[in-house]
Design a binder for this molecule. Structure first.
Ligand code: NAP
Length: 560
């Protein structure tokens, strides 16, 4: 790998001792792996990636809990950049489980020989922009110092665990596990009294699996979810042949879809059809599984409360059909927020788990958990639950958490934590004024988590590496959005969110799962196709909204 380890002085700036690269990549998940490949193999740059994990995989390295599975079909939740890779990889199930996705990412790392550019077991603790040298100086907890012109962050959107709001975890005499950092050797629940806290997408996947093994499972639910069937199945040869013969067309269709999947049966409004037709559509989508109900039934579910009420009622009815005890069904059926305004989880036998004798649902909405105690969990109404194992499925400091936990400091000593004190400020969800040459892959205020992640990642890595190529060809040193472009993007993104039902619900999309976190919509809700159109236009206009500085520049854009 072409890098030097010298006491170099760059342009008279302070002495730098460490490794020098053209680009540093943060993370070795879907984003980091593709970024390394692009930067090294297509742009010919020197590149170093750092990941705190001991191997590749990102989210799929950490989330090894039983039942962990992707909610988008394997064929679509995978890289599209290499036709050979698409053709040679065989998915065994319609929706791949975590072990298979991790295997796939390992295959990608080997096939493209990416590991030699990745330093594992290394957490980035600071990234400081040296304005004189126009370089980023990165330090890891292992003592590595590295300098690069560019940083591409593939730090992930859901990679920093949420802190517990109640004390006592360390006093518990049993075992505690987090779904987001599951032990590699697995966990044996046989004969144990297990408590699961959290009924989001992770909780909903792990609960049926633990229920099969544990002596008793107690589920602590604060807010019920609108979970719908994933309808997983073994891969069908005919379907595989069909997709592989027409992969390019499938990818185009995915890229032209709001969520990044090749569905096209959506009807404009749930209110424009008869009750019978609406019911038939919901039944069909429910049966088809995946995100069909959410994204391929009616186009106004997220913007019209009356339309949303129809699907919410349909899901509540299904829950009641599947859960034997009406009181339990009632607790499991969400009533006070619209469908889809929290990320809708997909499930396999989730509701049936509550029909088992060894599973108890505890409603903690009115009587929250106050503490973990040596013997188990205590709730505000005086309840004390004796447990051998506690499983935390309480979620993440989503979208901004990974970036704010890395000690990022931009121009003039500006800390990202200060800049984002009242919520994220980005241009295109990709770049930040005051932080030149830093690219955020699937950053806040981009479609990110409401788009098929591998495709969202490819789009963002391509945008970043195209910008780098453009700069290199013109001898430019820095790219940075103007403050005006950033403000306009943030206002536009927030305005789109306000036109939807999302801001009214306490969800991680809104930062509302973390006490004290600014309540701002963290996702661009204009849809991936519109978003891509905007990015294309920015590029076509020679990086409209950016200042590029160096030997030549695209001024007259005002310097922020
Ligand atoms: P989550 O959706 O944020 O759910 C966390 C759960 O923990 C919620 O039920 C929450 O209740 C509960 N909780 C949090 N703090 C609590 C407290 N102090 N006391 C009691 N309950 C508490 O987190 P997640 O399930 O890990 O999922 C996060 C995201 O990861 C998903 O939305 C999805 O995007 C992604 N994910 C994807 C997959 C997949 O593709 N298959 C699987 C898992 C996760 P409240 O709702 O009341 O806050």
């Amino acid at each position: 790998m072409p890098h030097s380890k010298t006491n170099s002085t760059v342009d008279g700036s302070r002495q730098f001792e460490g490794e020098e690269y053209d680009a540093i990549v943060i993370g070795a998940g879907f984003a980091g792996l593709y970024a390394v490949h692009k930067l090294r193999d297509q742009l010919g740059l020197s590149v170093r990636a750092f990941d705190v994990a001991s191997d590749v995989g990102g989210t799929w390295f950490w989330n090894r809990y039983p039942g962990a599975r992707c909610d988008i079909e394997s064929f679509h939740y995978s890289y599209s950049f290499s036709e050979e890779l698409q053709q040679e990889w065989k998915w065994s199930e319609r929706f791949a489980g975590q072990p298979e996705i991790l295997k796939y990412l390992n295959h990608v790392a080997d096939r493209f020989d990416l590991r030699r550019n990745i330093q594992f077991n290394a957490r980035i603790v600071s990234a400081v922009f040296d304005e004189t040298a126009s370089r980023w100086d990165v330090t890891t907890d292992t003592g590595v110092q590295a300098r690069a012109q560019f940083i591409i962050s593939g730090a992930g959107n859901l990679s920093v665990a949420k802190d517990l709001e109640f004390p006592g975890r360390e006093t518990f005499t049993g075992e505690v596990y987090s779904t987001g950092a599951w032990p590699h050797e697995g966990v044996d629940f046989t004969g144990k009294r297990v408590g699961v806290i959290g009924t989001g997408a992770s909780g909903i996947q792990v609960i049926p699996e633990i229920a099969k093994q544990a002596a008793h499972l107690t589920v602590f639910q604060r807010t019920p979810n609108y979970a719908t069937p994933i309808a997983n199945a073994p891969m069908d040869d005919e379907f595989e042949n069909e997709v592989k013969s027409n992969y390019r067309e499938y990818r185009t269709r995915s890229r032209n879809h709001f969520l990044g999947v090749p569905y096209n049966d959506v009807q404009p409004s749930a209110l424009a059809v008869s009750e019978d037709d609406r019911r038939r559509t919901y039944e069909e989508r429910w049966k088809q599984g995946g995100f069909r109900l959410f994204t391929d039934s009616f186009g106004d579910l997220l913007v019209n409360k009356d339309a949303n009420d129809t699907v919410a009622e349909f899901v509540r009815m299904k829950i009641h059909e599947r859960v034997s005890d009406p009181k339990v069904a009632d607790l499991l059926a969400p009533k006070d927020y619209p469908y889809g305004t929290k990320r809708p989880p997909l499930e396999t036998d989730y509701y049936e788990a509550y029909n088992r004798d060894n599973v108890t649902l505890v409603d903690i909405k009115g009587a929250p958990i106050t503490a973990i105690i040596p013997t188990g969990i205590k709730t505000a109404d005086g309840g004390a639950f004796e447990l051998d194992v506690i499983v935390l499925a309480v979620g993440f400091d989503a979208m901004t958490g990974p970036l704010l936990n890395m000690g990022i400091v931009g121009r003039q000593g500006l800390k990202l934590t200060d800049k984002w004190e009242d919520g994220p400020l980005t241009y295109l969800g990709l770049t930040i004024n005051g932080f030149p040459n830093l690219f955020l892959i699937t950053g806040p205020q981009s479609p990110s988590v409401l788009y098929n992640m591998p495709l969202a990642i490819e789009d963002h890595v391509d945008f970043s590496t195209d910008a780098i190529r453009y700069m290199r060809e013109r001898g430019m040193e820095t790219i940075e959005p103007t403050a005006e472009a950033e403000q306009a993007w943030v206002e536009g993104s927030n305005a789109i969110a306000e036109a939807t039902l999302l801001p009214g619900t306490d969800s991680w999309y809104m930062g509302a799962n973390i006490p004290g976190k600014p309540r701002k919509c963290l996702v661009y809700l204009g849809g991936a196709p519109a978003y891509r159109g905007i990015c294309d236009e920015v590029v076509a206009k020679d990086y409209d909204g950016f200042v590029l500085a160096g030997a030549e520049s695209n001024s007259p854009l005002p310097v922020a």
